[in-house]
Design a protein. Structure first.
Lengths: 413, 413
């Protein structure tokens, strides 16, 4: 029999009426002859409420991480109990499982724990008895039995990890969008839902600003080859299947355009290149991640480096640089109003120069200058002014014909 | 070193400001050189909020008991985390323990589980390291690892059970009253706080309407000889110590007057006594508990039985009786507006008739008729009209001189 793991996020379980709707989705899957394991998040707003309590009572608003995990884990525990009640009302025998009861063992990295192992016997036993196990996402226990949480997007990771451990046929991520789109439909109304996308492409999309799935859960799915389907809780439809690529690539296939406003740019001009490596170290020491980086060396030995950081790190990064270069003749400039636009697709692998040329050409025709450019195997990203971002997305979406069928990938519905 | 278990109820932890105040109480105990284990309830209102969610989503508003326990257990889990954060802010290393983590093993009677065993090693280990364990009251796990709750007053029971398991010197129940009183001060302003009371007397007080402590926790304390001190979270003071009686009793010592409005009276008049035992069985089958019961047999063989039930069971009890006697010539009458007033004290044991005579005499002088009377080793209870209850309490409080010092028992503060 087919086994599916169905995960429902916070918006999908945001009230008792919505939990009833989720129960109906589970009933439908069972009626279609499937075995189901359900994974749920905390009800929308609940995590924020708990965080507010924790900040109010903690030293400098920074709660102890172990205790924060104990606190936050209650959010999902509430949802599993309520969903089981809603399922029972529909004649389905369901039993709730906390992270611990589901056998989810993590390391001890409170608030950002990693799953080490899933002891799936208890869940399999439930399935064998025809019952529906409802598992709290986002949480586990370490080897000593301390409650841990997995950090952002943790419930997606729980769902994928359980699907891997139970060798489920599919992991369904039910969310408030109907699948993965070629770009953000709020920016480009012609954006199309993809029927299928590879793990690698999805990883790049997620890493470059698509919020449909967290990077970690896609990495997990990719490693264990778990087919993941993103679909809407509230509408019917096949959603988007994330699975292995089909190997041969003939056309310069592009699956999507990602964009992110969460960017800021810093430029450092120094009379010599010597100080620059230390600067990177100083930023890394404060856990500030540097993204795109371009270095120019002039014939006189002077150098300038331009790089991007997350916008929320911008002020701190400027301070660190000012402190680091306080005794040197170094100029620091910055712009916190930039954005990153990325073209993503497996087709880039074979024809990167061609894709890059088309990309820059399309932007140029719009009068948009790519201030920086960076590439990976299946992605080309550019930094543009924030005010130009949406226009850049639409121009690139059109340039690569994403409003039309992407061979074998377009959605039917 | 002295080890105390400090339990704080829902009102005491009803908000982050109150949790801060509780943390100060713990700090004070530590500063006084004591080792402390803390047990807490859910924040006031939280259990009702969760129950509301459960009822809204369940079949006929009756949630599955296993899942209800999973849901309700989150209430205490929130409090333990927040209190640990508040303690850390004050420089105390504290660690939270869910029922499971604290080693509280119960039977599988969901929503009213009984503690079977406390595996106290983890808590003792904390104390050995100079840390303060903060334990979730009201909850445990059964042998299969299912989350259970202990039902009403469960947190008091948790605290007493932990004190017994760890051989603590004292179990302190911090509540919103400053101790155990000779009677309800809202009825009799001259009520006095008792400095000390025996387990047996406290059991009778709790069983007869005093809401300071639940009967179960007192039974537990009595069985394991745990000294329990009831005191206020919000005011200083020595409270009331519940401990073993001092053995010899010379005066007809009365410690308190309990009263309860939660009563209703039923009278059944039958032409023969034959049917009556079956009637009791029918009520018991619906889990309706019968309290005082008086049976009169007339010379013609007819019989009448008068008994009391909890007021909330009154309507259902009448229906059951009407159904049970539907084919018989039996008259059923009832009064849901009665109350029970009890005189309690170890002194009753030796001089019951004397105490009963004084009791009835004092009531008679007030024009109050005792409709029924029942006695135990250290208690005499009467049923009166509800409208007469408060007057009865005041008359008896005065009759037994409770406004004055009770030998060796009156409070100093």
């Amino acid at each position: 029999m087919t086994l599916v793991v169905q995960k429902f996020g916070g918006t999908s379980v945001g009230g008792t009426d919505r939990i009833d709707a989720v129960a109906e989705r589970v009933v439908a899957a069972r009626d279609a002859g499937r075995e189901v394991v359900v994974v749920v998040s905390a009800m929308a707003g609940e995590t924020d409420r708990l965080l507010g309590l924790a900040r109010a009572i903690s030293t400098h608003g920074r709660p102890n991480p172990r205790e924060l995990d104990v606190l936050l884990a209650t959010g999902e525990q509430v949802t599993i109990a309520l969903l089981c009640m809603a399922l029972e009302k529909r004649g389905i025998t369901a039993r709730s499982f906390t992270g611990r009861q589901a056998g989810i063992v993590t390391d001890s990295g409170h608030t950002r724990a990693r799953i080490l192992e899933i002891r799936g016997e208890a869940l399999l036993e439930e399935i064998r008895h025809g019952r529906v196990p409802v598992v709290a996402g986002f949480q586990g226990v370490d080897a000593a039995g301390n409650i841990t949480t997995l950090g952002r997007g943790g419930s997606d990771t729980t769902a994928v990890a359980i699907a891997a451990a139970l060798r489920a046929d599919e992991c369904q991520i039910h969310t408030d969008v109907s699948g993965v789109y070629t770009t953000d439909p709020r920016i480009e109304p012609n954006a199309r839902r993809l029927e299928r996308i590879s793990y690698e492409e999805m990883l790049e999309l997620a890493g470059q600003g698509s919020k449909v799935l967290q990077v970690r859960s896609v990495e997990f799915a990719s490693r264990y080859k778990v087919p993941v389907r993103v679909l809407s809780t509230f509408e019917s439809g096949a959603g988007t299947l994330i699975a292995e690529g089909n190997g041969t690539v003939e056309a310069p296939e592009i699956v999507g355009i990602a964009s992110s406003r969460d960017e800021a740019e810093l430029r450092v001009s120094a009379p010599s290149a010597e100080l620059l490596p230390g600067m990177i170290g100083a930023l890394a020491g404060s856990r500030i991640e540097i993204d795109l980086i371009v270095q120019n060396l002039a014939v006189d030995g002077s150098a300038n480096v331009t790089f991007t950081v997350s916008r929320q790190d911008y002020d701190q990064a400027r301070e660190i640089l000012a402190h680091f270069f306080r005794a040197s003749d170094v100029r620091i400039e910055g712009d916190s109003r930039v954005a990153k636009v990325s073209v993503i697709g497996n087709g880039i692998r074979a024809q990167r120069a061609d894709v890059a040329a088309r990309m820059l050409g399309a932007l140029a025709r719009e009068g948009i200058v790519a201030r920086q450019i960076a590439t990976s195997q299946i992605r080309i990203s550019v930094v543009v002014r924030e005010t130009e971002m949406e226009r850049a997305v639409r121009a690139l979406h059109h340039e690569f014909g994403l409003q039309h069928a992407v061979t074998g990938r377009e959605a039917n519905a």
